[in-house]
Write a protein that binds this ligand. Sequence first.
Ligand code: IDP
Ligand code: MG
Length: 157
Amino acid sequence: MPSGQPAAMERTYIMIKPDGVQRGLVGKIIKRFEQRGFRLVAMKMMQPGRPLLEEHYGDLKAKPFFPGLIDYMLSGPVVCMVWEGEEVVKIGRMMLGATKPIDSLPGTIRGDYCIVTGRNIVHGSDAVASAQKEIALWFKPEELVDYKLANHGWIYE
Ligand code: IDP
Ligand code: MG
C-alpha cells in the first residue's frame, strides 16, 4: 500500500481476562483504546463457559498449558469488546504488549500491569481473519452498534 493512503477500517476483539477484572484494570484498559482514537463497537461483561473458551483457544488445545489456561479463564467474569479503526488489529496487539510479560515493553498493558504469561490481563486478536472469527464467536450481530464518532474528522485525514 502506498504511504499516505488510508488503510481499511478493521475490527478487533479485545477481552479483559479475569485477572484484569479482579485487579480493577477495566477502566484503565478501556481508556487506552478510547484515547488512541478507536471506536467502541460492542462491549459486555460475562462469565464464559468451558465450551466457548475451548473454542476461542482451540488452536492451543495441544499445548501443555491449555488446561491451566481454561481454568484461569473460567475463574471469573471477563469484559468483551470490539474496537474499530485503521490498523486496529496490529495497533491493538502493540498496545497489549508481548504474550510473555518479560518481553512486554513498559508502556504496554502487559508491560505495565503483569508479571507472568499465565496472568497476562488481556486478550487481543492476532490477525484480521481471527478477529472476524472471534467477534462472531463472542457477539451476536445485533450487539455490534453502528454510529459515527463525533471526533472522527480529528482522528483521520
Ligand atoms: P496471545 O494472548 O498473546 O495471543 P497466545 O500464544 O495466543 O498469546 O496464547 C494465548 C494465551 O495463553 C496467552 O495470552 C496466555 O494467557 C496463555 N499462555 C500462552 N503461553 C503460555 C505459557 O507458556 N504458560 C501459561 N500460559 C500461556
Ligand atoms: Mg493468541
